[in-house]
Write a protein that binds this ligand. Sequence first.
Ligand code: GUN
Length: 312
Amino acid sequence: MVPCTIRPSLKLSERVRVKDALIFSLSTKVAMAAKIIDGKHVSQVLREEMKKRTQNLLQKNIHPGLAVILVGEDPASQVYVRNKAKACEDIGVHSRVIRLAGDTSEADLLEQIESLNQDPSIHGILVQLPLPAHIDSGKVLETISPSKDVDGFHRESVGALVTGHAVFYPCTPHGVIKLLEFYKLPVEGLHAVVIGRSNIVGKPVALMLLERGATVTICTSRTKDLKSFTRQADIVVVAVGKPHLLTTDMVKSGAVVVDVGINRLDSGKLVGDVDYENVSEVAGSITPVPGGVGPMTITMLLENTLKAAEAL
Ligand code: GUN
């Protein structure tokens, strides 16, 4: 912000006028700051509704259940898995966390999944990624029964998403779309630029925006002159994992900015891929990190687990 002073040589009436003008310009600036897309709040609202759905299922003698498999001891994965189990308990969904040693064989893991596929008390199965290098993740994801594929990563689920017949949308992209819906942010006919091409976020979120009538451009962190694309965007979704990738000069005034990145700086601070402080002065709406897309991922996992149980 440009520092402003009021010259003491001005007459009192002039000083009052200058002060009023300054206050007006500051309040205009405040009014122009982006609306916060509050994923924590939306998650709370949605999870309250989900508690009722769990109760309805229990009345039909169906206790929704999610199995989460964690192989190895990756610290971040351990936190994610703990949070998923806690979120299940909070809405009355039964969770079973299966912790396997880092040297578990691929065959043993596949056997475990096949047993869960047959288990009537389990409606959703999630294998926490990344898996140790000696295990073929593709093979593991293909072994999960598509009817219990609450991550939406099975090739059958991906194919269904591509053709507009998805049963389980992948959780993070689903969370992004739910946030846009909750805040009634339009998508149809608008230009959405997605930065990131991962199977977990970039590709599925691009497809989901396309399904909702957006014109979609998929960029990556290596796109030449990335700014020339993002500046055209009405909606920007960033999912790369690079702090401060999206800066003010790359964003059109009033655009919706969705930050899927989660990066831990050397200082210990958690930040997204967006220069939040500055971009929030240009964007129309923006997700913070933490508290934006993050909480929605688990909320959508709960949504998919309930959906799987309700389909019985
Ligand atoms: N690791 C990071 N994100 C995800 C996710 O959405 N699902 C699974 N299974 N693993 C992850």
